[in-house]
Design a protein around this ligand. Structure first.
Ligand SMILES: Nc1nc2c(c(=O)[nH]1)N=C([C@H](O)[C@H](O)COP(=O)(O)OP(=O)(O)OP(=O)(O)O)CN2
Ligand SMILES: [Zn+2]
Length: 147
């Protein structure tokens, strides 16, 4: 795995973990403004997920690294992102499988899983690099009472 430098996120939690993964996937952007990207093409996405919190679980984890990989990598690796009709749309641009859309969807999946945990960790940043020259960062708006 290539070591990447990615933007830091400001927060006041005592623990922060980062999980990196590569996801081989294809996509196309269903809009004429996307030019050549309207054609199906593939990327090896580099994804970094940042999770923070104040409390550990019964295993001494903020959250198990392996469970985060399983949640995201297993779902998307070697798939056509546009085929995930439960997550992405071909008509609503807020849900196109762009880098922005992929980062937001990953955040939603991860945070949905974290919300089930007693120690209540938070996904504070999702970094998605689509090509060597293009990446996106998704950070959720601060929740009431969040740090
Ligand atoms: N804001 C966004 N712009 C573009 C996205 C996107 O997801 N969000 N996606 C694409 C294409 O999917 C394409 O795969 C990536 O485009 P680009 O970075 O332009 O790729 P190149 O390799 O052609 O870029 P170089 O500048 O030549 O390195 C397009 N835009
Ligand atoms: Zn692309």
């Amino acid at each position: 795995m290539i070591q990447q430098i990615y933007p830091q996120v400001q927060h006041n939690y005592v623990f922060e973990l980062n999980k990196d993964m590569h996801i081989a996937a294809a996509h196309f952007i269903p809009h004429e403004d996307a030019g050549k990207c309207q054609q199906v093409h593939g990327h090896t996405y580099f994804v970094n997920i940042t999770i923070a919190g104040d409390e550990l679980d019964e295993s001494g984890f903020l959250v198990n690294f392996a469970s985060i990989k399983k949640l995201i990598h297993k779902r998307f690796d070697h798939t056509l992102l546009n085929d995930h009709h439960d997550l992405f749309s071909s008509t609503d641009s807020n849900y196109f499988p762009t880098s922005e859309g992929v980062a937001k969807v990953i955040w939603e999946i991860v945070q949905g899983e974290l919300d089930k945990k007693m120690n209540k960790p938070n996904c504070v940043q999702v970094f998605v690099r689509e090509t060597p020259t293009s990446y996106v960062v998704y950070r959720p708006k601060h929740k009431e009472g969040a740090q």
